[in-house]
Design a protein around this ligand. Sequence first.
Ligand code: HEM
Length: 526
Amino acid sequence: MSLSLSFLVSLWPLLISLWVLYGVSVAVYRRYFHPLSSIPGPFLNTISYLAILYQQGILEGQLLHALERWHAQYGPIIRISPNEIHLSSPEHYETIYSNALKTGFYKDPAFYGPMEGPIKTPIILTMISNEEHRVRRMGMNPFFSRRSVLGLEQIIRDKTEKLVNMAEKSLGQIGGEFDVHRATRALTVDIITEYAYARSWNYMDLADWGEGYQEAIRAVQTFFPWFQAFPSLLPVFGLLPDWVLVKLYPHFGKWFGSLEVVQQSVADVKRDIVLGIKPPRRTIFHELIDPEPAIMNVEAVKGLPLRQKLPDVVVFADAVNVTGAGVETTGATICRALYEVLDSPEISQKLREELKTALPDPFDVQEMSLVELEKLPYLTGVIKETLRVSPGVPGHLPRVVPSTGATFEGHTLPPGTVVSMSAWSMHHNTYLFPNPDKFDPTRWTNPDVDAVHARERALVSFGRGTRNCIGQNLAMCELYYSVASIIRRWDDLKVHPDFGREDVKLVEFLLSYHPRKARKLRLVGG
Ligand code: HEM
């Protein structure tokens, strides 16, 4: 016994040497003999997946800024991990994203898979096959079409009016300030839940404005980079009881709580269907739980596979996705627009003048219509410029090269190579957006129509192609109403003196956030 133990102990140096030798051989292969070895990139990235984990997991969501530095150093095509290439020239976006159904680029399972959690239920965001995704998405599209959003404009108008009333109440107190950060996230939750379930969660009525929900989403997202780097961790997490996870990381408690609320909303819709209770209007979840036979047949006629009634677990997973996807993204964009406008006397004066002419009564949000607001060029410039400098999903969105292979920037990429681009680097392209860090709404109102069209093609905040953002019409409607009504309502509104440009810096875990230490936007009266 003692002999075999001492024998095993004596093997340790050998085992460690073999392990080091294996590591060195893998690194040498990846750096010098791998099919992507001719593509430039930082040394550590080319030999190990841990380089991305360092940016995302240890430094917390910094990859988008690192990509900018690496492109400046190595050029328009860079190797950011042993099997992933990142491209910065806008000309490639069409091949990888806009025309993906034709070109065959599909979502990277290693990046999106961990977002499904341990239950591994493909949600609309994470489905790998573009064709299967198209069938699933077809049932949802009508609920988010422009026509549908225009038909439900009153919901957004009413909720925005509530937001303005909340601001009025806060600012009316002596020394009052309006916590627009939390309020806008509550607004976006209330809109999407009314829209999706015909039952708003009414977070704007709660004392803490449902802050725990946003915190829960963020907390869960900070785990993505770890599960992407070490996929085998995920099933281990799946085996741990909830109470252990909560002990390890208290934010999980909020996350489990939020899942229960989503589950309740889906159950309420289901109960109404079973009891034959007619909803105020048919929502996306009425459709997913109990699809209209007519819509399913139309798809069959068009030669597409017949859409299936989804299992409960998939409906629930999509509910978690649809409810969460539009909260931080839209709330943060509204806040950034307000910050940029109020931080610049020139921009706020121009926007106020335009709004005063279009909306003579500052108190009447109900007088506004989206179609009229969209016709206001400066307001539109402010919104587009905000989506440029603060894209809700700014980072790399990895896709896999299909079986045909691909060539970019003179480099041939074999099938299976992961290739990505990011809204952040598209929006900071210095040719299309000179002085890219400057917030300048006139980039979009410029009389040079061709230049504006080129910029519009490069503005990819909502993605492009069949995998683009399903909620973009809704998000745009929320942006127009909230920015217009708050700026029009007060002439003397200001950013709280505590808040500065350093607080709008972005970090990214698929969705963008502000660094934990950043202050949250508050507004004060004049
Ligand atoms: C300013 C606000 C928003 C921005 C910038 C944004 C951006 C995006 C982007 C870039 C994608 C594609 C992600 C990828 O390729 O992996 C996406 C997908 C998605 N977004 Fe949004 N989004 C916003 C608001 C919303 C809203 C309000 C909803 C509410 C319904 C929503 C729901 C979704 C869903 C469900 C997907 C997955 C779609 C699919 O894969 O078919 N988003 N979003």
